[in-house]
Design a protein. Structure first.
Length: 377
């Protein structure tokens, strides 16, 4: 009897590794003789670097960069594989939502500048390939901060330099440094591991879909949506192309759009990248059950997130796939996608601060796993 455990992190509560270990404890309680394969996963957001460390020989370098709140600094880790020739950059290390206290979340001021500093650091070290994970961001600046750190300059009507922030987008009349940045990255292979396929703007875009969870009020959502249109118009005029509808342009608050527009990176599903890295399809061919999950599953899960990609793969190989997440919305939609079991870990009525405690979550996961294995195995 073989069970493949492929968990994403429970954001703000448990890492993907810890979630896999909690699942394993539950399996051991009901089927101690089972063969288990633990595969900590990430779709490009929080935990991508940890997943790389688990799956490969990945060296880690901590560096100080600008944090998501202007004027702050954070220690971000960059991973290196292939003898240091390939850099693994998790954007959430510099601008992640988890780095911002709940009361200070305001995507009209948060910045992606630190992500640009991480990329620049990797280029300066001589990396020939850079894998950038997009997801889990606390920003909605369309990558303008990151571009500023990479050497792009935004000028007003007087040719005066503007600070690369959302609030200055309507003042931009010209963008300088485009050719310099393009030349800098001409010998580097850039691969974007995106967790979503959202466009830059619109009902499914960066702001409307993810802005509220980053702290945006209804008014700020409208203001940011206008800013996205304005920024896209300016960029399109300057580079002669419009990537606002490109799948993944809306990832990480629009960082995907900025990278595609100015560096022409290659996009790939972060989930599919991790599944390739772990040889997932071969791992599950003789499995009796796959257990996957994340902090919260809903309709967005089916738009490029780890559990959505995993259930697609499980369905192709006719393997049962159970979803075990902290919270569940849109259950009927998720069940129709192919999950054999869908179980929310958190008990109804549990206060969020209690549910987010690691020991409580681990205990709840273990209990939920018993129910899954008794039904599915």
């Amino acid at each position: 009897m073989k069970v493949v455990v492929a968990m994403d992190s429970y954001k703000g509560c448990m890492t993907a590794i810890e979630a896999c270990q909690a699942i394993s404890c539950g399996i051991n309680a009901t089927f101690p003789q089972s063969k288990q394969v633990l595969l900590p996963m990430s779709d490009g957001g929080d935990g991508m670097l940890d997943a790389f460390v688990t799956a490969t020989s990945c060296d880690i370098e901590p560096i100080e960069v600008s944090g998501p709140i202007p004027g702050t600094k954070v220690t971000a880790k960059i991973g290196y594989i292939n003898n240091g020739k390939t850099a693994i950059i998790e954007s959430a290390q510099a601008c992640g939502l988890s780095l911002i206290e709940e009361g200070k979340r305001n995507p009209t001021i948060t910045t992606s500048y630190g992500v640009g500093e991480m990329i620049t650091h990797a280029v300066d070290k001589g990396c020939k390939k850079i894998i950038i994970g997009l997801g889990g961001s606390g920003t909605n600046d369309f990558g303008i901060g990151m571009l500023g750190a990479l050497g792009i300059t935004f000028l007003d009507s007087s040719n005066s330099k503007l600070e690369p922030i959302v609030g200055n987008i309507d003042k931009i009349c010209h963008i300088a440094g485009i050719n310099k940045v393009s030349e800098l990255f001409s010998t580097i292979q850039d691969l974007i591991a995106s967790d979503v396929v959202s466009p830059l703007y619109g009902p499914l875009g960066a702001t409307y879909t993810f802005g509220p969870q980053k702290g945006a009020t209804a008014l700020q959502v409208k203001e940011l949506e206008i800013a996205a249109h304005t920024f896209s118009n300016i960029v399109s005029q300057e580079i002669g192309a419009d990537f606002s509808d490109y799948p993944g342009a809306g990832a990480a608050g629009g960082i995907g759009y900025a990278l595609k527009s100015f560096i022409d990176c290659t996009f790939m599903s972060g989930a599919e990248l991790m599944m390739q890295l772990t040889d997932f399809e071969n791992q599950i061919k003789d499995a009796n059950l796959i257990i996957t999950g994340e902090g919260k599953s809903d309709k967005q899960t089916l738009l490029g997130k780890i559990p959505g990609k995993i259930v697609e793969c499980a369905t192709r190989h006719n393997v049962k796939c159970a979803l075990l997440s902290g919270a569940i919305d849109d259950e009927e939609l998720l069940r129709n996608s192919g999950f054999s079991e869908i179980i929310p870990v958190t008990k109804p009525g549990t206060p969020l601060d209690i549910a987010m405690r690691k020991d409580i979550a681990a205990a709840n996961i273990s209990k939920a796993v018993k129910a899954i294995t008794q039904i599915s195995l």
